[in-house]
Write a protein that binds this ligand. Structure first.
Ligand code: ADP
Length: 251
């Protein structure tokens, strides 16, 4: 009697959980080969951050782009993420997306963002932990933009990285004077309709920045992981300065 395996054979399903750092094997009759192909594809596309798969040695770089609202983090982030192949994580962009989709998180965040206040730490930390769970195979790490914004957020991040014997490589502090920041944000508000870019909310955001966020810089200065650069000038010139610092600190 000829026994033909259905749908391309039998096999073993091999799966890896990025989250628990564990493998699982299960026999598969029927679509085994297909399953194996899907899983193999998953391997090619995803690499677990923090050196999963039993290896602690994958280099995962973490760069924080830091600075007051309107200093140009978004513009520079796109350039940096592209050059160094980093996963760009902007907490502001994630929140705006959630608000647009009216998700539970978006609805909860809305009044904080509109009032120029910080979204509570536990919500943001959860959100960030989700975002750093996966990374694509061709990416070398994370570029954090808008996080950490409080000492508690910085501590949560470093604790997570320390689980894998990693730490943030560098915090780049972009310095721009207040007059220029306000000018830029008012123009941005007019051009994009971003609702928190209005005079009153801008004032509140700058105040929150100096009270709650600025101390994050000192936290990284104490770890010897902080560099300040001038955020005024040509976009490309600023980008070059940032690249020089990243190269210096990640070699
Ligand atoms: P900007 O840097 O121009 O202030 P973002 O786009 O980074 O703007 O963030 C917009 C708003 O989203 C913030 O004013 C704040 O309400 C909220 N937000 C973003 N990131 C965080 C964070 N790490 N912690 C708390 N709130 C945040």
């Amino acid at each position: 009697m000829v026994f033909k395996p259905p749908f391309g054979g039998w096999g073993i399903d091999v799966s890896y959980s990025i989250f628990q750092n564990t493998w699982s094997l299960s026999p598969h009759l029927g679509v085994g080969v297909l399953m194996f192909r899907i899983l193999f594809f998953k391997y090619l596309v995803f690499k677990p951050p923090f050196g999963g798969w039993g290896s602690q040695n994958l280099i995962i770089m973490t760069i924080i782009l830091f600075g007051p609202p309107g200093c140009g983090k978004g513009t520079q982030s796109a350039l940096i993420a592209d050059k160094y192949k980093l996963k760009h994580i902007s907490t502001g962009d994630i929140l705006r997306n959630e608000m647009e989709l009216k998700t539970e998180l978006g609805l909860a965040a809305k009044s904080y963002v509109a009032g120029g206040k910080l979204v509570p730490d536990d919500v943001i930390i959860d959100m960030l932990m989700q975002a750093i769970k996966t990374i694509e195979i061709n990416q070398n790490g994370f570029l954090l933009d808008g996080f950490p914004r409080t000492i508690a957020q910085a501590e949560a991040l470093e604790m997570k990285l320390a689980e894998r014997n990693k730490q943030t490589n560098l915090l780049i502090d972009m310095q721009v004077n207040e007059e220029e920041l306000v000018k830029r944000m008012l123009i941005r508000g007019e051009l994009t309709g971003r609702t928190d870019d209005n005079a009153e909310t801008i004032k509140k955001r700058l105040q929150v920045y100096s009270e709650l966020t600025y101390p994050v810089k000192t936290y990284y200065q104490n770890l010897n992981k902080c560099v300040s650069i001038n955020g005024l000038g040509e976009i490309n010139e600023i980008f070059k300065t940032i690249c020089t610092e990243i190269d210096k600190h990640t070699k």
